[in-house]
Design a protein around this ligand. Sequence first.
Ligand code: XMP
Length: 518
Amino acid sequence: MTANLYDQKILILDLGSQYTQLIARRVREAKVYCEIHPFNMSLQKIKDFSPNGIILSGGPSSIYDENAPFAEKGLIDIEAPILGICYGMQFLTHLLGGVVSKSGDREYGNVRIRIEDERDLFHGLGRGEEKTVWMSHGDRIDQMPKGFEILAGSDNSPVAAMADVKRRRFGVQFHPEVAHTPDGSRIIGNFLFRICGCEPSWNMVSFVRKTIKALKDDIGEDRVICGLSGGVDSSVTAVLLYEAIGKNLSCILVDNGLLRRDEAREVMEIFQGYYGMDLHLIDAPEHFLKHLDGVTDPEKKRKIIGREFIRIFEEKAKELGNAKYLAQGTLYPDVIESVSFKGPSATIKSHHNVGGLPHVMNLELVEPLRELFKDEVREVGVELGLPRELVMRQPFPGPGLAVRILGEITKERLEILRAADAITIEEIKMAGLYEKVWQSFAVLLPVRTVGVMGDERTYENVIAVRSVDSLDAMTADWSKIPYEVLGRISNRIINSVKGVNRVVYDISSKPPSTIEWE
Ligand code: XMP
């Protein structure tokens, strides 16, 4: 699947900004297809991509830094309109012969700018109006390149925005992509629609149609194997493929015994009901428990589960006959992370637990969702008719409850956690919070505390309830769940889950904590 599926597209060159993904989000929200590529994308590749417009992201560097990221010089002769944001604007200025001055002071936070010209980029914002924008920069434009005019200025940055309207080159010193710039979406929209001439036509209906056709053409009569976990990504991947190749798709669901209550059964019901997809359940709780016996180290748990998953999956796939492809629910944030300016981020936890599969099995990968963000995947799921409860399901880690049982994993401890987790989710749902928070779950701690039940002293387990708000799981804050809801969760767990006499709420943000406890 490539960008060539789409008639109109925007290229975002990543010059290292922490906001690059947000630029892409804003463009997609405006219903225009876009892709992020590293700053050093070759001129030939840029031409092949054939963008309707180019956005240069910001970045932490100064153009005077020794290792400052520079995009291809030839970029400047490309026909398509260009919008430089913050560092992107400074880079553009430098490239076109203007002067960027190095400044020691950073301008950071909300700043008022005055609109000097409301044609094109600031259309509809009102000439002479003052607007709040978000700035975060050190250097500034001292002298604009030839042919440029000021579109807006602030006290600290006389050139807060500039343009060479004739050549369709634009620059803004502030960040239109962040929520702190209230008119940001409008400014980006003006760039897309007025300047680049795009239409708001990228939507999930056209994505589904085009993707199914492309999958059909690419895969032909070959067989595809897909691991189904019951999570949103693998479910949507499976259904897209099913729509494209029907019986040539075989799905495998490995019940590792580490799933949430009733999860394997529910997934089987949903997917077997789905036109009778070729679906194979491998009942392997005992197998995983045996291999996890006595293991307490979090990374060891993850490695064992990953390894055994691959082993079991591979065995089943062989039994099913000759497959050429393996389908995976890789999403765009994973793709960006691996191509970005910064390169793959350091491994904090070994996440991609099925990552070894294509290599081991000598299969080619099919990743129909690799251009989508999570909320777009959910929209595709709805479009494909998947039940809302599945489409809106919160993320769940591959190693499952194993990384939420601190210490040793036993059948009994799994039962305790499963019961506590089911209550937590039920109460969060009843409070109308399930779709508002990123994740909410229970964790079983490896300590016991003293309590009193009736007249009896107890010495039992502690459950930690965790709920976080997040946009992308890279950062997260603990959810401000109302006390009454927390109270109900705690009461129900302590009263009905045998072996628990205390419930605590986790109030750590990420960073420095992580979302999962292991
Ligand atoms: P952490 O704990 O690193 O988690 O803050 C970030 C997000 O990733 C999920 N997670 C995983 N997902 N395989 C997955 O597919 C894994 O091994 C894994 N570990 C953590 C976690 O639930 C959170 O949403």
